[in-house]
Design a protein around this ligand. Structure first.
Ligand SMILES: Cc1cc2nc3c(=O)[nH]c(=O)nc-3n(C[C@H](O)[C@H](O)[C@H](O)COP(=O)(O)OP(=O)(O)OC[C@H]3O[C@@H](n4cnc5c(N)ncnc54)[C@H](O)[C@@H]3O)c2cc1C
Length: 316
């Protein structure tokens, strides 16, 4: 039976939901190894061991180099673990290292995966979620980038308290890195979940008319993230980080609430794989209703506060 390697560039005290989903996926395989390109705190090791990971390979971090360090660490981890499949996140950074290593090792890479079976059949979204395809690698090590919210986070009860075997990663640091970080600045941290990983996303468009308050309030009532259409980000009502769509981020939450967004094809490209879509629009003919599971024809300024109030009343 195949064995799996999960790779993280870094792992904080509390592994993120997307990281726990990857560990859950790895537990499906005969052997699961985790490699991290920086130091791993003990609290994170305790969480990892609860997912049935057999071995943890750790590379001492080097703040000065960026992608070169991750590439060297992952290449060494693939060699050391002898894994058949390598599971990484679906962000740009991991897609790049997966693709570069797959070429270097004469392997295969599949992106945007939503599942990997125990016999290495990968299910992935195609054409912005209009189709789902199943694919199998025909050559070498398989690198798979897995979309967040595709796998149910499920620690392995039988692994709780299990001793994790920790080994240093036997790798050679890149001698002359192509990129050197000269400065970093931490972004202001929001209490809300990360947009690409959130289980619930509430998104607003031109229809909010400059006021994202009701969108943010409903997102907070549902412990969700806030997203936006390009019309809203271009208007400067919210940061460009929140843009969902062809030229923004792709989200695939359990619940997506679209408010005052018409549903242009470029917008749908970023959200139509959401499990349940609720659309609020005052125009009954808005294209967003074509892909919505539930539609509310009405003024978002009235609908959103009522929804938030009712949710809080039921939570109390
Ligand atoms: C190459 C390219 C890439 C693009 N990439 C993206 C992208 O990544 N993401 C993206 O979003 N767009 C993208 N766009 C733009 C896209 O085509 C649309 O113009 C954009 O999505 C429209 O945003 P919107 O739905 O908020 O605005 P509109 O299309 O103006 O729709 C506003 C909607 O709000 C409704 N409304 C108004 N007031 C209310 C109210 N009070 N209550 C309820 N409903 C109300 C209206 O009925 C309308 O349906 C791209 C375009 C191009 C050409």
């Amino acid at each position: 039976m195949p064995s799996a390697l999960v790779f993280f560039n870094e792992l904080s005290d509390a592994p993120s939901k997307a990281q726990r989903e990857l560990l859950t996926l790895a537990s499906r395989f005969d052997r699961a190894t985790l490699a991290v390109a920086s130091e791993v705190p003990q609290s994170a090791q305790d969480v990892v061991s609860g997912y049935g990971v057999d071995k943890l390979l750790v590379a001492p971090g080097n703040d000065d180099v960026f992608i070169d360090h991750a590439l060297s660490a992952l290449a060494a981890a693939v060699k050391q673990s002898e894994a058949d499949v390598v599971l990484v996140a679906n962000d740009n950074f991991n897609r790049e290292i997966a693709a570069r290593l797959a070429v270097r090792l004469d392997g295969a890479v599949i992106t945007d995966a939503i599942d990997v079976s125990a016999d290495l059949v990968v299910t992935k979204d195609e054409l912005a979620g209009s189709y789902s395809a199943q694919a199998k690698a025909t050559n070498g090590t398989l690198f798979v980038t897995v979309k967040p919210n595709s796998i149910e986070d499920a620690p392995q009860p039988q692994s709780q308290g299990q001793q994790l075997e920790v080994q240093p990663l036997d790798y050679e640091a890149a001698a002359t890195p192509a990129i050197r970080i000269v400065a970093t600045e931490a972004k202001a941290v929001s209490d809300r979940p990360k947009l690409t990983e959130a289980r619930v996303v509430v998104a607003g468009g031109r229809g909010v008319n400059g006021d994202f308050g009701p969108v943010e309030d409903l997102a907070d009532a549902l412990a969700g993230a806030v997203g936006a259409s390009r019309a809203a980000t271009d208007a400067g009502w919210i940061s460009h980080d929140a843009q969902i769509g062809q030229t923004g981020v792709t989200v695939s939450p359990q619940l997506f609430i679209s408010a005052g967004i018409s549903g242009a094809i470029q917008q749908k490209a970023g959200m139509q794989t959401s499990k349940c879509i609720i659309a609020i629009n005052k125009d009954v003919d808005a294209p967003v209703f074509e892909i919505a599971d539930f539609g509310i024809v009405g003024d978002l300024a009235k609908v959103l506060p009522q929804a938030a109030e009712e949710i809080r009343r039921r939570q109390a």
